[in-house]
Design a protein around this ligand. Sequence first.
Ligand code: HEC
Length: 193
Amino acid sequence: MREDSCRRRFHFLVFLSVAFFLGASSRGHCSDEAIPGFNRDIRPLLAKHCFACHGPDAAKRKADLRLDDREVAVSAGAIKPGHAEDSEIWRRLTSTDQEEIMPPPGKGDPMPKEGMEKVRQWIESGAGYERHWAFLPPRDPKIPDVAAPGFLVRSPVDSLVLDSLIQKGLAPASGGAGSPLCSVVSSRVGPPR
Ligand code: HEC
């Protein structure tokens, strides 16, 4: 009796780990194509390369420019939401003039090209700021509305797992003969002999 409930608990834990693994890897996959998010992509870049002189610390602030405050950054013309090419930060990031390029040569860690590209995409997408994640209330993940023949969706976790399977091409999105499990097995090991 005791052993049995232990085993059940173990199975449940394995199931949870698989569900989390699928969830995490599918999110990773999506983020490649998604618009850069402020907290996830942009804040760390600005913090590393710009905030030493354009951040919250008024005593160290240069040119009266704050890049951690959208209103200040926009009204100074540093950021023109939707128009990276007209934004002063884009001009300064990509400048080849040693007098203009930011961070100033020898005074900060230069931003890598991929970082600049993220900043460009973020400005083009409207340069949305978010409060620091520590101050944001936790949000439940969006539960996808998915179905597949033979896959019984009984809980939000089932929906998340099925959605990951569909995105990985491991379960039929609609139609198809047989249960998804059969198609997964046959696509992996071939049809039963
Ligand atoms: C070590 C300090 C330092 C760092 C780090 C730094 N800056 Fe600057 N920044 C300055 C100084 C000093 C000026 C004023 C001189 C000038 O305009 O070149 C300035 C000016 C600017 C201006 C023009 C402001 C205006 O109103 O004319 C922009 C835009 C700017 N920086 C963006 C950035 C960005 C983006 C980063 C990060 C990639 C960055 N800076 C990192 C020191 C810094």
